[in-house]
Design a binder for this molecule. Structure first.
Ligand code: ZN
Length: 347
């Protein structure tokens, strides 16, 4: 059978094309996709043809945040039936390298990640109506939720891993810098974990409104209101924990200033070689901790979305048919109007 795909040829050259779909072999299923989120990395591929040393060197079907319905089952697959809603886990670790063996699967030295141009040939992604995948990538969505909600499992898994590295948040004062999809999901998780206060900074109103809906106790537009962050920096700071979700130097400086001595900053955002002000980090004995991808958290994220223990609906600000992919990417890149944009398939 044939499927439509959304394929990037080079920066700003995204095309809806037709490809063959292989019938599912043993251990595989064919999934009819319903929704696929546009992530920051998809945007970098679209806007700049890559990020850092990772460049689009051949046509690549983007997309690694997706969900759909089981359409056909190959031999030997158990636990799935036709019609089941499933979230697709884009990461397949090798299971054999030294990191996989240690239970540090996100550091697998041979990771295969759908919709990524890191490897050559590129690993093709989820932006398509139909796709045959390894059945182990399909995690059933058990609750009565929309397929677009299920498609938020991957970014939620990223944030669950980040929060797991922050220590206990109960009763803590939490700062989140950047109210994009990752920032607002960190807000929802901090609220669930019992944080006493969750303050969110951004430059735009639309993302800050979403942050409020997802559990922020206060939002600060740092363009209109520089005084508030300066107040938090008085003395030796105010917050116990910060989730830095921008990768931008000014946000990092502001987070370090607003953290109390011995505070923890979890670095979720990345944007190349951002400078780190070591003076303040050292003088306040701050722990600056990176976080990367996820592993077991993918199942946890699907469960949290299935039960709406984490309600992701406020962050899905637009859903557009795949034939409008170019418009969807332009919208996703406009933070004055969008948080999470989804492409809709099988329309
Ligand atoms: Zn491995």
């Amino acid at each position: 059978m044939k499927t439509r795909v959304c394929c990037l040829h080079s920066a700003k050259d995204i095309r809806v094309e037709t490809r063959d779909v292989a019938p599912p072999q043993a251990g595989e299923v064919r999934v009819a996709l319903g929704a696929g989120g546009v992530c920051g990395s998809d945007l970098h591929y679209y806007q700049h043809g890559g990020f850092g040393v990772v460049r689009v060197r051949e046509p690549i079907i983007l997309g690694h945040e997706a969900a759909g319905f089981v359409a056909e089952i190959g031999a030997g697959v158990t636990g799935l039936k036709v019609g089941d809603m499933v979230a697709l886990n884009p990461s397949t670790n090798c299971g054999k390298c030294e990191y996989c063996v240690q239970g540090l699967e996100m550091h697998c030295t041979d990771m295969i990640f759908n919709g990524s141009a890191m490897r050559m040939p590129h690993v093709q992604g989820f932006y398509r109506d139909q796709m045959t995948v390894d059945a182990r990538q399909c995690v059933p969505v058990t609750g009565d939720v929309a397929v677009s909600e299920a498609a938020c499992s991957e970014p939620l898994a990223v944030c669950m891993h980040a929060v797991s590295l922050a220590g206990d948040l109960k009763g803590k004062r939490v700062l989140v810098t950047g109210a994009g999809p990752i920032g607002v999901l960190c807000v929802a998780l901090a609220k669930e974990a019992g944080a006493a206060e969750i303050v969110v900074t951004d430059l735009q109103k639309v993302p800050l409104d979403v942050a409020s809906e997802m559990g922020a106790t206060k939002v600060v537009n740092v363009i209109d209101d520089a005084d508030t962050m300066q107040a938090y920096a008085r003395g030796k700071g105010y917050f116990d924990v910060a989730f830095e979700c921008t990768g931008v130097a000014s946000a990092l400086v502001s987070a370090l200033g607003a953290l109390r001595p011995r505070g923890v900053i979890v670095q979720v955002g990345m944007a190349g070689d951002t400078a780190v002000p070591l003076g303040i980090l050292v003088a306040k004995e701050i722990t600056h901790r990176g976080t990367f991808r996820f592993h077991s958290e993918f199942q946890d994220a699907v469960d949290a979305i299935s039960t709406r223990r984490i309600d992701v609906r406020p962050m899905i600000t637009a859903q557009m048919p795949v034939e409008n992919a170019e418009e969807a990417f332009e919208l996703a890149g406009d933070r004055t109007r969008a948080v999470k944009v989804h492409l809709v398939f099988n329309t």
